[in-house]
Design a protein. Structure first.
Length: 274
């Protein structure tokens, strides 16, 4: 089975299944998510959002696997390449498990797929067990984009709840700075798509007039590397651990630089960032 991967989540799943040899093309984001792919000199194509039929046609593949987010134009281009297409659209953790199971069956690695899913479920259960005696559930605001403010997806809400907190707002919807300020969350999390860990926390706090929010006063504002929350793949387990550290540092320790960073001490000089 020769597969073109149009999203990092697909490549990560194939990597965890031990089936990277199935890939015959991938995106540049896949190279970042799975460094081992850099050694394979595969053709690099655009992702599910921006791919074109002309770049897929020369790659002799048996299957194209795409995943959210899509555009109508990109979906049309994918279909025009004349190759069978598997279009994934997960919303919740259970959808992600089903996608892993489906990809595993395609590459004849069903047992590995079941083991991978079991490992993810076990990791989530372990976090839930560790916070089972914690009585207070902090209110957490988590965004995947900053202009406009877009709240993180439904599977992130599930992970935040597993980590012992309440999710502020409606997953995947837009909001505004005033609505967040009115709710005055205990913890503020950012994981901007494509930004890695490079969200300017101090700057957005000033620009949104959030200086007096509880989360800011208590230095409970974090940037989590976006791939750990926005990619529907087994790496969500690492995202869960980062969430747990941000939400309950007394139980899980402070958040590490590999998964994100905490806001620097908020001084009066922050006004210069306006």
């Amino acid at each position: 089975m020769k597969i073109i991967s149009l999203q990092p989540s697909v490549s990560i799943i194939l990597d965890r299944l031990g089936c990277l040899d199935s890939l015959v093309a991938c995106t540049r984001y896949c190279l970042d998510a799975v460094p081992a792919l850099r050694e394979r000199s595969l053709p690099v194509v655009h992702d599910s959002w921006s791919t074109k039929a002309e770049e897929l046609l020369p790659v002799r593949a048996d299957l194209v696997i795409a995943s959210v987010p899509y555009r109508q134009e990109s979906l049309t281009a994918i279909l025009k390449c004349g190759c069978p297409v598997l279009a994934l659209a997960p919303r919740i953790l259970e959808d992600i498990y089903q996608d892993i199971r489906l990809i595993a069956s395609i590459v004849q690695a069903s047992n590995c797929g079941d083991e991978l899913i079991a490992t993810m479920r076990s990791a989530i259960k372990d976090v839930e067990t560790r916070i089972s005696t914690v009585t207070r559930r902090p209110l957490v605001y988590c965004e995947e984009w900053g202009k406009p403010l877009i709240q993180s997806q439904l599977w992130v809400k599930e992970l935040i709840e597993a980590a012992g907190a309440a999710f502020l707002g409606e997953p995947g919807s837009t909001t505004d700075a005033e609505a967040v300020a009115a709710a005055d969350p205990d913890v503020i999390l950012t994981a901007w798509c494509g930004a890695g860990g490079r969200v300017p926390l101090e700057r957005i706090i000033v620009r949104r007039n959030w200086q007096e929010l509880r989360a800011v006063r208590n230095r409970r504002v974090y940037c989590i590397v976006d791939e750990l929350l926005n990619t529907p793949a087994p790496t969500l387990v690492e995202g869960l651990h980062a969430l747990a550290q941000a939400i309950h540092p007394d139980v899980f320790g402070t958040i590490g630089s590999a998964s994100g960073r905490q806001i620097d001490e908020f001084l009066s000089t922050a006004s210069k960032l306006k």
